[in-house]
Ligand binder design. Structure first.
Ligand code: ACO
Length: 329
């Protein structure tokens, strides 16, 4: 049994508090000009003290279910892509499953860094295509502010908190997911990681004192990797979809850095008018960035049924992922 599978509804949530580049100037040795020129970021949203990843995920999930007109009880599975879960276990997906009342849903978290939402869409689409499930909620949710070293200007200016979610299900023939490319290269694992708190380096007073529970990143290496991989993975997904880059209506790249997005668009010869950019408002929200962008594009009225979209991401792992789909709503 195979069937066309696509996004039935999309939702997002970002916390109320905004931290601007000017605010960061007061915290570390940086400037609005440096951040804007090097990254395109102007501000980011930061979770309140009592907001954890599952709280953001839940709000995005409710919005996605509303948008899809699907009830939580209809869900067969909840997948949450995150690198900043409430706890090492249980999964964020289980916490959201309970809060939604998704009584018949299985639930698990997926760890693919910033590629997580596209990975989740790939997994969900295959499970529905082969008939195992009918409706799956996928979420990308992060509170990276909680694992940030607020004294490290190399990382603290880059990230923001937020969540996005999509309900995935069967759609009309010819619409939905048309081509998927996923990949990884663990040789770059330690270019972007959280050193302590896991089984390699369990939490101790020493790991806390050494700031090892925060994001450590070799920005230049991640930048080089992103530049190299985004075009490549996108072309592979396009080839599987039997589509040329010029046929695309909109490109939704992971929103990490405007320079990376611009290079990816150039490699694909896609004009910037067809590229969704909101990194200025939210910074890098990791697994949440693509669904937040999709919801924003939908709210702006630029997504039409049948539009040909490319979603592409890269992230910790290192991982990459691209999906070509025709918008089905
Ligand atoms: N303000 C002022 N100066 C800074 C700042 C800052 N916030 N951050 C770094 N600098 C300094 C550096 O210390 C360096 O100074 P030095 O030359 O005296 O050593 C100088 O600016 C230039 O640093 P570069 O690293 O060369 O700057 P670059 O132009 O490469 O930009 C950046 C750095 C923005 C981090 C870039 O490399 C990048 O975007 N990398 C990719 C990061 C990314 O996307 N990560 C997320 C991956 S997705 C996931 O899974 C979470």
């Amino acid at each position: 049994m195979t069937r066309a599978v696509g996004i039935l509804g999309i939702g997002s949530y970002v916390p109320e508090k905004i931290l601007t580049n000017n605010d960061l100037e007061k915290m570390v040795d940086t400037s609005d000009a440096w951040i804007t020129e090097r990254t395109g970021i102007r501000q980011r949203h930061i979770a309140a003290k009592d907001e954890a990843t599952s709280d953001l995920a839940f709000k995005a999930a409710v919005a996605a279910l509303d948008d899809a007109r699907v009830k939580a009880e209809e869900l067969d599975l909840v997948i949450c892509a995150t690198a900043s879960p409430d706890h090492a276990f249980p999964s964020v997906a289980c916490l959201v499953q309970e809060r939604l009342g998704a009584v018949k849903a299985a639930a698990f978290d997926l760890g693919a860094g910033c590629s997580g939402f596209v990975y989740s869409l790939a997994v969900a689409s295959q499970m529905i295509q082969n008939g195992l499930y009918d409706k799956i909620l996928i979420i990308g949710a992060e509170t990276l502010s909680r694992i940030m070293n607020w004294q490290d200007r190399n990382t603290c200016v880059l990230f923001g908190d937020g969540a996005g979610a999509a309900v995935v299900g069967a759609v009309d023939e010819g619409l939905g997911v048309l081509g998927i490319d996923l990949g990884s290269d663990g040789s770059g694992a330690y270019h972007l990681y959280q050193p302590a708190g896991g089984s390699r380096r369990p939490a101790s007073a020493a790991t806390v004192a050494a700031n090892q529970h925060t994001i450590h990143m070799n920005g230049r290496e991640v930048f080089k990797f992103a530049i190299k991989i985004l075009g490549r993975t996108s072309l592979r997904a396009l080839e599987k979809a039997g589509m040329k880059p010029e046929e695309l209506d909109l490109l939704f790249s992971h929103q990490a850095n405007l320079r990376i997005i611009t290079v990816a668009a150039k490699r694909l010869r896609i004009p910037m008018e067809k590229v969704w950019v909101d990194v200025d408002k939210y910074a890098n929200t990791s697994a949440a960035s693509i669904p937040i962008a999709l919801r924003e594009a939908q709210d702006a009225g630029v997504l039409k049924k049948g539009d040909k979209l490319l979603l592409c991401g890269f992230g910790a792992g290192l991982t990459w992922a691209a999906i070509v789909l025709r918008w089905a709503k």
